[in-house]
Design a protein around this ligand. Structure first.
Ligand code: SAM
Ligand code: SF4
Length: 340
């Protein structure tokens, strides 16, 4: 295998292949399949099959992947998991990435349980954007969904992230019918904290919560509108899946709806995903992906890795441009192993 070559300019995709409305410029990097929670929509409570440690890519390998991705025009990398903060030396990885791939905008999605411990050092190595998953604002409902007692720790983590100046601090809420589908407590939270709540539709293909627990973004919005006076706001950037953002008059924070089930458009999807063992997926439903991990273990050739990413970008444009989540039924895998 050849030696690492210098990064060149980002390559522009072939316009003939471009069926997507925007650029595909976002990579979700899972650093672990381990987690300290067991959310019912994401991971089984018992009997989780975990990868042996030697199958998990090193930070050096993941950094090479991100360099190659940057070369192919990927400008945003989100670190995810499993739970990224349970992996040892995660702060070093963020530092490594921001030093070696400075053009890339780095963010992290965490369940927040360990965040109060890490927020300061993550901020110090350049991490600003953080998404914290928190499905309930009371300890009992939190436990019902996550199967663990972590509520107080997450609240501490959110406050710490704000205190150290992370921004934007987003709160991900997967709404489950009859469980946490009253949006009011979260809307009230946006009145007192500068956080950006995103209500996410539960994707039944990836979890353990019954299909019956699905509640649409539209229903959540109707409930909010019936109680709170709203205004649309443009102050949050729109590179994520939420296109419209709202604020209750006078609130410090905002909220948005993410509807991957009821109004999903493949042509709006700007992302690739890599699992912690190096499966590069063009789509959440790309069951196999390409095993880029196999190459990363033996080569640090940016060009070679960039070619593989190019292949996946091309597959995404050709094969995954008009699929519907609604066509999909049955179990498509645990989200914890894909990275959300
Ligand atoms: N452990 C971290 C966390 O919970 O934020 C990162 C990984 S988690 C897999 C990433 C995101 O996927 C979380 O916001 C979670 O709520 C979301 N997620 C997991 N399973 C889901 C499902 N079946 N439907 C919708 N969102 C899901
Ligand atoms: Fe863990 Fe995140 Fe999945 Fe919950 S959503 S089980 S915190 S990986």
């Amino acid at each position: 295998m050849s030696k690492r070559k210098e990064d060149g300019k980002a390559q522009v995709p072939d316009p003939k292949e471009e069926r997507f409305r925007g650029k595909i410029d976002y990579l979700r990097v899972s650093v672990t399949d381990r987690c300290n929670l067991r959310c019912i929509y994401c991971m089984p409570e018992e009997g989780v099959k975990l990868l042996p440690p030697e199958k998990i890519l090193s930070y050096e390998e993941l950094t090479i992947l991100c360099r190659a991705a940057a070369r192919m025009g990927i400008g945003k990398v989100r670190i995810t998991g499993g739970e990224p903060l349970v992996r040892k030396n995660i702060v070093d990885f963020v530092e490594m990435l921001s030093g070696i791939v400075p053009a890339v905008d780095i963010s992290i999605t965490t369940n927040g349980v360990l965040l109060s411990e890490y927020a300061e050092s993550l901020k110090a190595v350049g991490l600003n954007r953080i998404n914290i998953s928190l499905d309930a604002l009371d300890p009992e409902t939190y436990r019902l969904i996550t199967k663990r007692d972590g509520f107080a720790a997450v609240m501490k983590g959110i406050n710490k992230a704000l205190e150290v100046g992370m921004s934007p601090v987003k709160i991900n809420v997967v709404a489950l019918k009859g469980t946490n589908d009253d949006p009011s407590p979260f809307i009230d939270l946006t009145r007192i904290l500068p956080v950006h709540v995103r209500f996410i539709e539960y994707m039944p293909q990836f979890g353990n919560a019954k299909n019956l627990m699905f509640v649409s973004g539209k229903e959540i919005m109707e409930r909010i509108r019936s109680i709170f006076p709203l205004e649309e706001t443009r102050e949050i950037e729109a590179w994520g899946p939420a296109k419209k953002h709202y604020r209750v008059k006078g609130a410090l924070g905002t909220f948005a709806l993410i509807s991957p089930v009821s109004s999903h458009f493949c042509s709006d999807c700007n992302r690739l995903r890599v699992s912690c063992n190096g499966k590069l997926r063009a789509c959440l439903f790309d069951s196999d992906g390409i095993d880029v991990g196999r190459i990363l273990r033996v080569s640090d050739d940016i060009e070679e890795i960039a070619e593989i990413i190019k292949k996946q970008l091309s597959r995404k444009r050709k094969e995954f441009s008009n699929r519907s989540f609604l066509d999909k039924s049955g179990f498509a895998g645990w989200m914890s192993s894909i990275g959300g």
